[in-house]
Design a protein around this ligand. Structure first.
Ligand code: CDP
Length: 230
């Protein structure tokens, strides 16, 4: 069967990566978490004292971009690929609230976007890829056969992210997570370079009141319909 490209965009914590991973598994496609790449660059900048709550040496980050090598390695027991920063697995380190607080600032930098988008386009060269992010259907794969745009109420999204972080053992409050979700929504959708917008040909899904199974069934039906037409 012909392989397609599936682009999944949407606001923070809308469950994009959950559905993207499920689809990739079911279709035997490659899953790429583009947000993990922006998070890994942010983590690099934090570790190298390039960014903090009080400063951001943007030019220094731009100068150091060639020192950042991002790779994905498939983890058979987890069933998806994990991200490595300069050969070190940083899956856990990049999912903290500390990284979430700074990532949208880093993702505004055009030089960072250019580097990551170039790599993302390469991942999609052979089709059979599910990628989630903010600009996948608009910038990375404007010709993707299927584009989804995920949404949910800010409080539902914050609750999901809060539960995730608490489960990992992080000490966070619901209020600070909600604030971060709203803050990132604002920066991501108002930035100059590649803002988060729904592509005109994307199908919007509000999953505020959908269980994971309901969401999967709705989206998998859309995928199957699409596959019949290519
Ligand atoms: O998982 P969550 O929705 O919290 O966010 P993510 O997908 O891990 O992305 C983290 C951040 O990276 C976003 O808030 C954006 O600022 C940035 N990002 C982006 O600018 N473009 C992408 N394609 C993916 C993420």
């Amino acid at each position: 069967m012909k392989k397609i490209t599936i682009a999944i965009d949407g606001f923070s914590s809308t469950g994009k990566s959950t559905i993207a991973k499920e689809l990739a598994k079911k279709l035997k496609y490659v899953y790429v978490d583009s947000g993990a790449m922006y998070r890994a660059v942010t983590y690099f900048a934090m570790e190298n004292s390039i960014i903090s709550d009080t400063f951001f040496y943007k030019d220094e980050l731009i100068k150091r971009l060639d020192d950042i090598i991002l790779t994905f390695k498939y983890n058979t027991s987890l069933g998806f690929a994990e991200i490595y920063l300069n050969n070190v697995n940083v899956e856990k380190e990049i999912r903290t609230l500390g990284v979430s607080k700074l990532v949208s600032k880093v993702a505004e930098v055009s030089e960072v976007r250019k580097k990551l988008v170039e790599q993302q386009k390469k991942f999609g060269e052979n089709k059979g890829v599910v990628m989630d992010g903010r600009d996948i259907g608009t910038v990375v794969f404007p010709n993707a056969e299927l584009k989804l745009f995920m949404n949910a109420s800010a409080s539902k999204r914050a609750k999901r992210r809060f539960d995730e972080l608490i489960k990992r053992g992080d000490q966070v409050t619901f209020e600070e997570i909600l604030k971060n979700v709203e803050y990132r929504d604002h920066i991501d959708s108002t930035r100059y370079d590649s803002p988060l917008i729904k592509a005109s040909d994307a199908i919007e899904i509000d999953n505020s009141n959908l269980t994971l199974d309901e969401q999967f069934n709705i989206i998998y039906t859309i995928v199957q319909e699409k596959l019949k037409t290519v």
